[in-house]
Design a protein around this ligand. Structure first.
Ligand code: ATP
Length: 141
């Protein structure tokens, strides 16, 4: 069976760590970021990398975004960018769209756009660490 192909938009701490873990798990990952330096730092780790603005519809089409099985929008700070990139991925018909939210309201807006999963990395990690602290025998949570 063909392995799933992922596109990660935004290669900050969350996006780059997610992308590298997918690579470690044996998947193909295209990393997209508008910052040339960020892309150059990641280019040797990922299957493909592209310097592009996630809101540039033409560019996204030209790199064949719609052919990916799953797209992750890992832009947080700039909510407008996060929402616009998410809309474009949804409209282009990627199978699964996952978006990072930095607040509950941001997450609610993303849900209204029909994303398949909203992730709250800081909140979720806080919960996870708390569980590990009170249940030291827990291998993973
Ligand atoms: P993290 O916590 O994961 O480091 P952050 O919330 O501090 O992320 P963000 O502002 O979310 O930082 O940016 C994450 C990455 O997304 C950055 O590398 C940034 O260059 C990239 N990025 C932001 N906007 C766009 C965009 N419109 N197109 C492409 N990449 C973008």
């Amino acid at each position: 069976m063909k392995k799933q192909q992922f596109v990660v938009i935004g290669l900050g701490r969350f996006g780059s760590s997610l992308a590298m873990e997918l690579i470690d798990q044996g998947y193909e990952v295209l990393g997209v970021d508008r910052n040339e330096e960020v892309v150059s730092n990641m280019s040797s780790y990922l299957t493909h990398t592209v310097v592009a603005d996630a809101t540039d519809e033409e560019m996204l089409r030209s790199i064949g975004i719609r052919n990916f099985d799953c797209g992750i929008v890992a832009i947080g700070d700039d909510i407008q960018m996060s929402i616009m990139a998410t809309i474009l991925l949804k409209e282009m018909g990627i199978g699964t769209v996952v978006s990072k939210a930095i607040s509950t309201l941001h997450g609610r807006a993303l849900e209204k756009l029909g994303v398949d999963k909203v992730v709250y990395p800081e909140r979720d990690m806080g919960i996870r660490v708390a569980h590990q602290l009170v249940n030291p025998n827990l291998v993973d949570y």
